[in-house]
Write a protein that binds this ligand. Structure first.
Ligand code: FAD
Length: 413
């Protein structure tokens, strides 16, 4: 049966959800206060991470925990002002990261990741966006032999468990494959089946344009409130009232904002991150993750994009330039970085759940309300998978994956 659907949030997750709903014949309005793909899905590292079958756990080695707690390093940093608000969530994250629980959660996470390339492929083909995709994979580089050895063992384990194309390269091979790296390194893992996107925001815009070409509608408006009605929903927006049978909340890190009045409280917290572009003759052939330092360098249309690791801070607190500055100093020794481009530095927030799984499915207490948020470190990767799963649920189709592990009821009632 055709339904009138509204999707709130035109990031990678919401746009892909709208695309899949429209494909199934529903009347769909995608709403965003900005243009599609201009928030978190704009500023990320643009990797479609086929290799990320297991979600990133809270650090498990005491030495690492001590390093983060005492503010050494810059891959994970934290702001004291955030602690009273996020401490219990972060402790729950640490608890879910215990190896037995993490192994169990990884089965549900890996099932989503396993579908990421096929699901992006369907949208890329339909949207004619092949020119934005680099299928050459990406490299995690290691500075010490011990870290490289551990990573190589883990890469082989993951390759066996999840059918991922991981290739181990020693220092000499790495130097040949990436001659732009100026330091002598122990080696790299080449994740050959991962994609990198040359302009992440533009990819979301192409998917959105394809959705419009198929008869979907886009409304540029701020959604201010959600009100359940006898039949469906009424949305108060900056452009007036909008009515719908079904409403999908896909607002990324803002997904809690409209749900509080409906008394849904999720233990979401954010890991913020930064990027800056550089205009140098860097000579990198593909993306490089400096694994022991915790930042990424990704060749993009706008220049070489440097993205940082995680900053535990309040979503709306003022940006702190230190993490980006430290990563930049480190990257300067690794490659010819050049000068920062005229594009401004960017900050965004990864929407994270303590159990590392996204929330995808029906609202526990309201008919016609659906959730699709909390995709953490891999929301850009998972958008089309999440969009398909949610559209199947709204349409009453059997899901291509069992949606039970991602249900909202595990975190909120
Ligand atoms: C530094 C960094 C690097 C990253 N690298 C990667 C990567 O390489 N690969 C990967 O898979 N993931 C990566 N991520 C994570 C990824 O970017 C996010 O998980 C993903 O973009 C979330 O997508 P989304 O659609 O849920 O949210 P968003 O892209 O934030 O979209 C939410 C949308 O909702 C809109 N909105 C919010 N509230 C309202 C309202 N009231 N009314 C109207 N509109 C509203 C916003 O304007 C926004 O457009 C990275 C994140 C960061 C910060």
């Amino acid at each position: 049966m055709t339904k009138a659907c509204v999707v709130i949030g035109a990031g990678m997750v919401g746009t892909s959800t709208a695309w899949h709903l429209r494909r199934r014949g529903h009347e769909v309005v995608l709403i965003d206060r900005g243009e599609p793909g201009q928030a978190t899905s704009f500023g990320n590292a643009g990797l479609v991470q086929r290799e990320a079958a297991e979600p990133y756990p809270f650090p498990r080695e005491w030495a690492k925990i001590w390093q983060v707690a005492t503010g050494q390093g810059f891959d994970i940093v934290w702001r004291a002002s955030a602690l009273p608000h996020v401490l219990t969530r972060v402790l729950a994250y640490a608890w879910h990261s215990r190896s037995d629980r993490h192994a169990r959660l990884s089965r549900s996470y890996g099932a989503l990741i396993a579908a990421c390339i096929t699901e992006h492929e369907a949208l890329v083909r339909s949207a004619g966006a092949q020119d934005l995709i680099d299928t050459g994979g990406y490299r995690k580089i290691f500075r010490t032999a011990a870290a490289f050895e551990r990573a190589a063992q883990d890469a082989e384990r993951l390759a066996r468990a999840w059918g991922i194309d991981n290739r181990v390269e020693d220092g000499a091979v790495l130097a040949q494959r990436e001659p732009g790296l100026q330091q002598s390194l122990a080696g790299a893992i080449h994740h050959a089946s991962t994609w990198s996107v040359l302009d992440p925001g533009a990819l979301v815009q192409r998917y959105a344009a394809d959705f419009l070409a198929q008869g979907g509608q886009f409304l540029r408006a701020e959604v201010q409130a959600l009100q359940p009605k006898a039949q469906g929903w009424s949305l108060r927006t900056s452009q007036g009232l909008v009515q719908a049978h079904e409403v999908v909340v896909a607002q990324g890190p803002w997904s809690q904002d409209l749900l509080k009045p409906l008394e849904y409280r999720f233990p979401m917290f954010v890991k913020r991150g930064y990027h800056q572009h550089y205009e140098g003759a860097h000579r990198l052939k593909g993306p490089v993750f400096d694994a022991q330092k915790g930042y990424l360098l990704v060749p993009m249309r706008a220049g070489l994009r440097l993205t940082t690791g995680a900053e535990l801070a309040l979503r709306d607190a003022a940006p702190q330039p230190t993490q980006l500055a430290q990563a930049e100093a480190c990257a300067r020794a690794l490659v010819t970085l050049g000068r920062p481009s005229a594009l401004p530095a960017w900050m965004g927030s990864r929407p994270c759940m303590p159990d590392m799984l996204p929330v995808m499915g029906p609202a526990p207490r309201h008919r016609g309300l659906w959730f699709n948020f909390g995709h953490g470190h891999q929301g850009f990767t998972l958008g089309p998978v999440a969009g398909r799963l949610l559209a199947e649920m709204v349409s009453g189709e059997p899901g291509f994956l069992d949606p039970a592990p991602y249900a909202a009821t595990r975190l909120a009632s």
